[in-house]
Design a protein around this ligand. Structure first.
Ligand code: HEC
Length: 124
């Protein structure tokens, strides 16, 4: 590479690392799942046992299996339509159906949010 081309390449590369989302999360100590929750879920869910638009999520990973929550997050409406018993029961108590959030199509983000939900234990 000639000198002329190296400099823009370095600038581009450092810019890439600077704006990449992974880096942005690293610079803050808040785990990715908690950030996602605050951004995408907290409008409808509290982290206590109190309902908001949806149920309070304290202890949710104790009452539901990880497999179920993973399926639910991917497509709440679809799971409900499939006749899933838990989804049908849940629906009875709530006016709105949880929307399918585009972020939750990403298995990495689902896993991150689920890890955060695990920290919302019933006791303390
Ligand atoms: C627009 C409101 C809304 C948003 C945003 C939302 N939810 Fe929900 N959620 C609901 C409602 C309402 C229910 C109750 C079931 C139903 O009626 O669809 C629910 C149910 C749930 C349940 C099952 C709770 C239980 O007691 O079994 C989990 C888990 C859940 N949501 C997680 C999430 C996560 C994680 C996010 C963010 C990625 C999220 N929700 C975003 C409205 C929302």
């Amino acid at each position: 590479m000639k000198k002329r081309t190296i400099f823009p390449a370095i600038v581009l590369l450092s810019l890439f690392f600077f704006i990449s989302p992974v880096r942005a999360e690293d610079s803050d100590n808040t785990p990715a799942g908690e950030l996602l929750f605050k951004e995408k879920c907290s409008v409808c869910h509290k982290t206590t046992d109190q309902a908001l638009v949806g149920p309070g999520l304290q202890g949710v990973m104790e009452r539901r299996s990880e497999k179920w929550v993973d399926k639910w997050l991917q497509d709440p409406g679809g799971l409900l339509k499939s006749g899933d018993k838990t989804a049908t029961e849940l629906k009875k108590g709530f006016f709105r159906t949880m929307p399918t959030l585009p972020e939750m199509k990403d298995p990495v983000k689902r896993k991150a949010v689920i890890e955060y939900l695990k920290t919302l234990k019933q006791e303390g």
